[in-house]
Design a protein around this ligand. Structure first.
Ligand SMILES: Cc1cc2nc3c(=O)[nH]c(=O)nc-3n(C[C@H](O)[C@H](O)[C@H](O)COP(=O)(O)OP(=O)(O)OC[C@H]3O[C@@H](n4cnc5c(N)ncnc54)[C@H](O)[C@@H]3O)c2cc1C
Length: 588
């Protein structure tokens, strides 16, 4: 059951208390409550996605992130040295504007999906998926087999909303059809643009070969976009793992609007420090939920380290300086923060078949929305991105003379180019195509830390973006790669001109452009990283239990020791599935 008000909760004691109903937390809640003997309470600061139209309509995802009614925690980063000291927003789910949301805002302006998904200066950032797992861009990319040696067969391959013939667009052999979360190809076609992309792969087969399915474990090449969308509607861990058939389980309780401040009542025992409760606030009052078996932190790569540090788990010296009593000295908490930097490129094009026709015309926009509302078909069933190109730096790149290749192996991309129809500059008129360009294997590291001992103060989020030579070099090369893709002969009569000519800039000017315009893409990991049991660094052991603690697990993207060369929601699901199995084994 889902509760909005703490007074409706049946009690305060449960076998498992999970903090965070995000991508991974919902998976864990679902899997643990498969055992009817386990009682589970999920505490989530966010709101329900029910009735929030922008959360259901794939095309409207951007509304969730921008404007006065956005769903985010309103965080910003510290000044980013690698971004010319800019302070960039770092949104996460937020409840404050809930009452304003839920209707289609007519003032909607497309700032191009890459601006949302790959965040640029307008919406750089992020961690969360979202408040209650409803806000990510739905892009579904597993990473390479080298990133992940195994992938849990938990997806449900679903026909696209337009039921078009998908032969040649994916490999059915690498997808499951009976899992929980829907994954599909795009349910709306942009034929002229798509044909150009495919023709470019034929013309540039060495650098940009066609890849039938980039989720096969070998992503290199250009493949058709896959998204967590089913029946033309967002499918997220909130809509799938917490679907009504699961929510009606008697042993599953989800309390929304509940912001966890800290873990309380630490006791030392033979297994390590054990916390007796989880303190949370709702409506200005504090409450404590008690676990009889385990506390599971699934609050994401920002939320999880914050809760640990507010509970006295972290760097002893730093916590003591803030007046927080140290309970467990774990200096790696909040460190090693790894985020991918992204930047956009755009070109004006000689085609009327682009999404700009809809976003720049209120009548067509409203018609498209009406079509979605009536039949879940039409351009709103997807974001207007059609393909992703995954590529590597050239093997003889000079950077490798003094930097070791940070990728997981030779079949793993360093660079992503996300191509779609439409422009990303709000208010621009005309027709465009765009590329969201991402450095997938950054070597820069940042941190999440506390600025005070008040658990409700915003944290200090330093992403450390573009602070290494490798990352800046790769960002430059990634832009050049994107330009090489659009230099395939097929684009000659299609592309008119770049919106900003990044190719003919001097290296210094390009670096300056990157530093002034790049931003985080929302794939933060590693702030509570997993390491070997006897390692002197790291936060959790391979069983996902916190080092030096007992009855305390972390199951979310923060435990990933490296970022996958991909978008990270699939990785979060994998962590959720594996983590739930480990907990079940411990308590069977
Ligand atoms: C704008 C954006 C777009 C993205 N798009 C994509 C995409 O298209 N494809 C993709 O693969 N990945 C995408 N990602 C990344 C993906 O969303 C994350 O990797 C994934 O959600 C991480 O899962 P998680 O379970 O670790 O954390 P989250 O999903 O962030 O879940 C954490 C949950 O904990 C809650 N929480 C945090 N602190 C507290 C607290 N103190 N008390 C109570 N609750 C708390 C949060 O509200 C949240 O619901 C995107 C990220 C962002 C920010």
């Amino acid at each position: 059951k889902i509760y909005d008000d703490v007074s409706d909760l049946p009690g305060f004691e449960y076998d498992f208390v999970i903090v965070g109903a995000g991508a991974a937390g919902n998976v864990v809640a679902n899997r643990l409550t498969e055992n009817a003997n386990f009682s589970v309470l999920v505490l989530e600061a966010g709101v329900s996605n029910e009735g929030i139209i922008d959360s259901s309509v794939p095309f409207l995802v951007e509304n969730l992130l921008s404007g006065p009614a956005s769903y985010e925690w309103n965080y910003t980063t510290t000044p980013q040295v690698g971004l010319n000291n800019r302070v960039v927003p770092y949104p996460r789910g937020d409840t404050r504007n809930y009452s304003m949301h839920g209707t289609l805002r007519r003032s909607y302006q497309l700032t191009f999906w890459a601006a949302v998904l790959h965040t640029v200066s307008s919406h750089p950032n992020i961690t969360f998926s979202v408040n209650y797992a409803m806000l990510d861009g739905m892009v579904y990319t597993r990473g390479s087999a080298e990133d992940f040696d195994r992938y849990a067969a938990n997806e449900k391959w679903t026909p696209p909303a337009d039921n078009h013939d998908t032969r040649g667009e994916f490999n059915p052999a690498v997808h499951s059809t009976d899992g929980i979360n829907s994954v599909s190809l795009s349910g709306f076609q942009w034929p002229i643009f798509q044909e150009h992309v495919i023709q470019a792969t034929r013309e540039l087969p060495d650098e940009f070969p066609f890849n039938l399915d980039f989720n096969s474990g070998e992503p290199l090449g250009v493949g058709w976009l896959q998204s967590t969308i089913g029946g033309g509607e967002r499918s997220s861990s909130a809509t799938s793992y917490l679907a009504p058939k699961f929510i009606q389980r008697q042993n599953l309780h989800v309390l929304l609007h509940a912001q966890v401040s800290r873990l309380v009542d630490p006791q030392s025992n033979a297994g390590g420090v054990a916390f007796g409760g989880v303190e949370f606030s709702q409506g200005g009052s504090l409450f404590t939920a008690k676990p009889t078996k385990e506390i599971i932190l699934s609050a994401g790569s920002v939320g999880t380290p914050i809760i640990l540090m507010n509970s006295g788990v972290g760097n002893k010296t730093a916590l003591t300086a803030l007046g927080i009593t140290s309970v467990l000295d774990l200096p790696s908490v909040g460190q090693n923060a790894t985020e991918q930097p992204g930047i956009n490129a755009g070109w004006s094009v000689n085609s009327m078949q682009t999404v700009d026709e809809i976003t720049q015309n209120a009548t067509l926009f409203n018609e498209a929305f009406a079509q979605w509302n009536a039949t879940h078909t039409g351009p709103f069933v997807n974001i207007p991105v059609t393909h992703i190109a995954w590529t590597r730096l050239d093997a003889d790149s000079p950077i490798f003379q003094h930097v070791m290749d940070p990728s997981a192996g030779p079949k793993t991309p360093h660079i992503e180019v996300f191509v779609g129809t439409g422009g990303f500059a709000a208010g621009a008129t005309g027709n465009f195509m765009s590329a969201g360009i991402t450095v997938l294997t950054p070597t820069s590291r940042g941190s999440v830390s506390l600025q005070s001992n008040n658990p409700f103060d915003p944290p200090l989020i330093d992403l450390g973006l573009l602070t290494t030579d490798f990352d800046l070099f790769t960002a430059r090369e990634a832009i050049k790669k994107a330009y090489r893709f659009v230099q395939a002969p097929v684009w000659k009569d299609y592309i008119i001109a770049p919106t900003i000519d990044l190719l003919n800039m001097t290296t210094d000017a390009l670096d300056e452009f990157i530093r002034n315009n790049a931003g985080p893409v929302g794939h933060l990991v590693s702030t509570a990283a997993m390491s070997a049991k006897d390692a002197s660094y790291g936060v959790v052991n391979p069983d996902l239990l916190v080092k030096g603690a007992s009855g305390l697990s972390i199951i979310d993207a923060s435990i990933l020791p490296f970022v996958t060369s991909a978008h990270t929601q699939a990785a979060a699901y994998v962590v959720g599935e594996r983590g739930a199995d480990l907990v079940k084994q411990r308590w069977k």
